[in-house]
Design a protein. Structure first.
Length: 239
C-alpha cells in the first residue's frame, strides 16, 4: 500500500512513486515500514528501497527525468533503454529523499569520485557530508545513507549457475549453497555480501573473490531477501 507521501520538494507527478519506497531504518537488519518523517531517534542511517519498477509509466519516468539537475538529466538521457534511464533517475531521487528525511538536507547533491570511482557527496557549505551508496537491479533500486562509510548491493534472484558459483565462492560457501533448499537465494545472499563489501571498501573488485568475505572480520552485513519480489539487498558497514 502506498504511503500518503507529502514532500513539497518532491515533484507532484512522481510523489505516488516515491511514496512506495520502503524504509529499513536502524537497526538496518530489521525490516520495517516506518511513519515518515523519520524521528530524531532514527537519524543517522537508513536504507531506502524502491521496487515494482515495471509499474512506473512512461509519463512518470519523463517527469522524474525532468526533475533532475542538468548534469544528472544528461547522464540519464545517455542511456538508450528505459531501464537504464529509470535506474539513473530514481536512484538519484531516492538519495535526495533519504537525505531530506534522515538528515534534513534539502539541496540537490552532486558527486565527486574518489579512488576506484567511489562517489562522495558534494553539498556546498556542508563540511561533513553523510556517506551514501546506491545500487539497482531489474527489480529494485536501493539507497543507503549513514554517518559512517557504507556499501549496498541489490541483486535479482536467478543468477546462480554452478560455473559462476565455483568462480566466486570459496569451498565452504559453495557447500552451503549446495545444501540450501533454495540455491538461487543462497547464492544471491552471498553475492550481494561480496558486492556490498567491495563498495564499502571502495577498492574495486578483488581478484580473489572466493576468499573475499574471509579477509574482513571487522565488517557487519545486514541482508534482507524478498523472494516474492525477486531480489536480495545487503548493506555492509564497519563494526
Amino acid at each position: 500500500m502506498e504511503k500518503d507521501y507529502k514532500d513539497p520538494l518532491c515533484p507532484a507527478d512522481i510523489s505516488p512513486i516515491m511514496g512506495r519506497a520502503i524504509w529499513l531504518v536502524r537497526p538496518l537488519k530489521t525490516s520495517s515500514t516506518v511513519s515518515l518523517p523519520v524521528t530524531e531517534e532514527d537519524r543517522g542511517e537508513g536504507l531506502l528501497i524502491l521496487d515494482n519498477l515495471d509499474a512506473i509509466t512512461a509519463e512518470e519516468l519523463e517527469a522524474a527525468i525532468a526533475s533532475l539537475p542538468p548534469w544528472r538529466r544528461e547522464k540519464a538521457l545517455r542511456f538508450k533503454h528505459r531501464q537504464g534511464r529509470l535506474e539513473c533517475a530514481f536512484a538519484y531521487l531516492l538519495l535526495c529523499q533519504a537525505l531530506r528525511e534522515v538528515y534534513g538536507i534539502t539541496q540537490q547533491p552532486s558527486f565527486s569520485l574518489g579512488p576506484h570511482d567511489k562517489p562522495s557527496l558534494l553539498l556546498g557549505e556542508i563540511s561533513e557530508s553523510p556517506h551514501f551508496n546506491l545500487s539497482h537491479c531489474r527489480q529494485a533500486i536501493a539507497c543507503v545513507v549513514s554517518d559512517h562509510p557504507v556499501g549496498v548491493d541489490v541483486e535479482s534472484i536467478g543468477r546462480y549457475s554452478e560455473s559462476l558459483a565455483r568462480h566466486v565462492l570459496c569451498d565452504a560457501e559453495l557447500e552451503a549453497v549446495h545444501r540450501d533448499p533454495d540455491p538461487q537465494l543462497a547464492f544471491t545472499r552471498l553475492w550481494t555480501q561480496k558486492e556490498a563489501l567491495v563498495k564499502l571498501t571502495g577498492r574495486g573488485i578483488d581478484d580473489d573473490l572466493p576468499t573475499l568475505l574471509l579477509k574482513y572480520n571487522n565488517v557487519s552485513f545486514h541482508t534482507q531477501a524478498y523472494p516474492a519480489k525477486g531480489y536480495v539487498v545487503t548493506v555492509a558497514m564497519w563494526r
